[in-house]
Design a protein around this ligand. Structure first.
Ligand SMILES: *Cc1c(COP(=O)(O)O)cnc(C)c1O
Length: 236
């Protein structure tokens, strides 16, 4: 999440012990790596969204990566309408028109050419925020796995004052947002069983986290303004 990596070694060992395949939703971690291996390449399949708000975008659509020929062929088949006969348009199962069309793919390829620059900028934004905000009372940063190299997609921190800070920043013209509502709190899933080992961790993270401007277009002056505003909120 947010460009950080999950404890993948632990998950892989559970996965192999119980034969549970892993599908990595690696959208936010495009370019992040753990021990030199990239997010999206640990599980059976990795998926990436290239929606407008992502680290690179094709306007819409996404990508599935896999090193399994069987999964690859199956994914190709059901994302391109499961057609088996081009003359008679015969579909042998329920398929979807989930193509990343070639025009959009070309936009994605062009973005990949700038990808290392985007990553450098994201990492520099992250470094500056961590340095400038670390002494504020009750501000906690996302922790990263040792031996990991996160892409620093969206700078987010925890603070018990999240709601007030969110209002303050947005009121002052600095677009900030809370995290995504946990799925167990969405109406269509609310009747399903929610299992949590300790207290409601995702609920706590949700109520404390705030994401602040971290676009690769953010200028140094703009970032200074964000920092100044946050410090002002904390009377520093
Ligand atoms: C944005 C995002 C999605 C949704 O992608 P769409 O292309 O809008 O379907 C899914 N998972 C993660 C982790 C995301 O960040």
């Amino acid at each position: 999440m947010l460009g950080g990596l999950v404890d993948i070694e632990k998950l892989l060992s559970i996965s192999s012990r119980y034969f549970i395949p892993i599908i990595e939703d690696s959208t936010e971690a495009l370019g992040s790596s753990y021990k030199g291996k990239y997010a999206g390449t640990f599980g059976s399949l990795g998926i990436f969204s290239f929606n407008g708000n992502k680290i690179i975008s094709t306007g819409g659509g996404g990508m599935i990566v896999t090193d399994s020929e069987i999964f690859g062929e199956k994914a190709k088949h059901i994302t391109t309408t499961a057609k088996t006969d081009p003359l008679n348009y015969f579909h042998d199962e329920i398929g979807y028109n989930y193509r990343l069309v070639n025009v959009l793919a070309a936009i994605g390829v062009a973005q990949m050419e700038n990808f290392s620059k985007i990553l450098d900028k994201k990492k520099s934004i992250d470094k500056i925020y961590r340095k400038e905000l670390k002494d504020l009372n009750k501000v906690f940063f996302q922790k990263h796995l040792e031996s990991s190299d996160p892409n620093c997609w969206l700078f987010t921190f925890r603070t018990p004052n999240m709601r007030k800070l969110l209002e303050y920043l947005n009121f002052n013209g600095i677009q900030s947002r809370p995290l995504w509502t946990p799925m167990n709190r969405l109406p269509m899933f609310s009747r399903l069983k929610y299992i949590s080992k300790e207290d409601d961790i995702s609920g706590q993270v949700f109520s404390d986290c705030i994401s602040i401007p971290s676009s690769s277009n953010l200028s140094e002056i703009q970032q200074e303004q964000v920092i100044k505003s946050i410090k002002k909120f904390y009377n520093k």
